[in-house]
Design a binder for this molecule. Structure first.
Ligand code: FAD
Length: 418
């Protein structure tokens, strides 16, 4: 999934220094583990706070797989503050509305206008972007900061959190090399090995019972069809809700590609970003959806498939020694049913950077990491839980509860359209 040329080349805006120009009086050596969206954002925010950051990534090259991702205003606001405003506007699509439909008839049961309303209501635009483009923008941003050093092919096997040893925590790579730092931030994703070390719990993420197929199709196939053209001309985010399943779809890449995420009961896929799914199996599982969906799915040449995992809220994100902390999916993986996983990771990074712009002594680090956890854990936990709740709401069986849901959505839509 190469990034678009625009994402690779669009200038990043010069913005006013972050944190009101405040930089840490003591510049720390910080290791960030994992160059996903969360780790890149943390690298940027900590470097802007005045620290030297070593970013360790197990993959041999930087990049992201998959298809589209939603960038809600709580994350776009931060990205704009970081200088990515023009780049986002050039690479992403702003949906005009969110629309919910009955799966089998296509009837519109819910509608909320987004588009230009987002800025007065939420202070920043809502965007849909290709993951490869989003990742490219963030890694260009992170690598542009002074004091950032990236090591690829660097798999962290272990972390020694005890600062009594050589005065700081250290990580051990698969090669056996040991790297010391003042602070370690683990953004190593849902399968985090460091999570177990920080919390002392030997548990794994929880299967949610659902899996996702993801696919993109070129919109020139849709433009030729009068039934599909409106999805491009007035780009909406469309959610088709069905018993046990739903489909979310939207335009990305200057409306040149249409992204579809098909959520369905997990039938034994693996938790992976790269597993191929069967297009024919996907079409069979969604065969009872309305005719426009059948047309859309007929254009799909290949799919990727994810098992969706989350976990019960962790009791702590910070190791008791106070120098190693978790960030992003490593501590709060969630169902994508509110499109908030990356958003929470970006918020984590912003809060961490702000707090660490205030460091003047190593002794403050445990208290700052504790403050980071206190500020972030309740919000991330609430978001994990509301994402789980949407699984129930979107996937209701046809019957009285579904009719009550749809009636409530129709009433809200009527009030909005009045
Ligand atoms: P990851 O992206 O998983 O990054 C972890 C990184 O750490 C990887 O690069 C990995 O290679 C590296 N790594 C792992 N272990 C090691 C190690 N031992 N040593 C070194 N490196 C290591 N969120 C949204 O905000 N909006 C959406 O619309 C949205 N849609 C989604 C749709 C689906 C189907 C899914 C599954 C998720 C969606 N999310 C969405 C959630 C979002 O993708 C994740 O929350 C986000 O990518 C997490 O970022 P992260 O940096 O914490 O972890």
């Amino acid at each position: 999934h190469p990034p678009s040329q625009i994402a690779a080349e669009v200038p990043i805006e010069e913005v006013a220094p972050l944190y009101d120009g405040r930089r840490a009086a003591l510049s720390l050596n910080i290791i960030v583990v994992g160059a996903g969206l969360g780790g890149l954002a943390a690298t940027h925010s900590l470097a802007q706070a005045g620290h030297r950051v070593t970013l360790l990534e197990s993959a041999a090259r930087l990049g992201d797989v998959g298809a589209g991702i939603q960038v809600s205003p709580n994350q776009s606001r931060l990205l704009i503050r970081w200088g990515l405003g023009p780049a986002l506007a050039a690479t992403a699509v702003q949906p005009e509305a969110i629309v919910f439909r009955r799966y089998n008839t296509g009837e519109r049961v819910g509608y909320s206008h987004w588009g230009s309303d987002m800025i007065p209501e939420h202070g920043a635009p809502y965007y849909h972007i290709h993951r490869a483009d989003y990742h490219t923008l963030l890694h260009r941003l992170a690598l542009a900061a002074p004091g950032v050093h990236v090591r690829l092919g660097a798999t962290v096997r272990d972390v020694q959190p005890d600062p009594a040893v050589r005065g700081g925590p250290s990580v051990t790579l698969a090669s056996g090399e040991v790297i010391y730092a003042d602070v370690v931030i683990a953004a190593d994703g849902v399968k985090s090995v460091i999570q177990k070390i920080v919390t002392g719990r030997d548990d794994n993420p929880t299967p949610t019972g659902d899996a996702a197929y993801r696919a993109t199709i070129p919109t020139d196939l849709m433009i030729r069809d009068p039934e599909l053209r409106p999805f491009i001309e007035t780009p909406e985010m469309t959610g088709w809700m069905a018993p046990g399943r739903h489909l979310m779809a939207y335009c990305i890449r200057a409306k040149k590609e249409y992204n579809m995420v098909l959520l369905h009961p997990d039938d034994g896929s693996v938790e992976s970003w790269t597993q191929e799914g069967s297009g024919d199996k996907m079409r069979a599982e969604f065969a009872d959806f309305e005719p426009r969906v059948q047309k859309l799915l007929s254009f799909v040449k290949s799919t990727l498939k994810w098992r969706l995992m989350d976990r019960a809220p962790l009791p702590t994100w910070v190791h008791p020694e106070g120098r190693v902390a978790l960030l992003g999916d490593a501590c709060h993986p969630m169902l994508p049913y509110r499109a908030q996983g990356a958003a929470m990771a970006i918020e984590d990074a912003a809060v961490l950077g702000d707090l660490f712009s205030r460091v003047s002594s190593l002794k403050q680090v445990p208290a700052l990491l504790q403050a980071y956890q206190d500020l972030r854990l309740p919000r991330a936990t609430a978001t994990q839980q509301s994402s789980r709740l949407n699984q129930k709401i979107f996937h209701l069986d046809d019957g009285p509860e579904q009719r009550a849901r749809d009636a409530a959505m129709r009433a809200a839509m009527a009030a909005e359209l009045e």
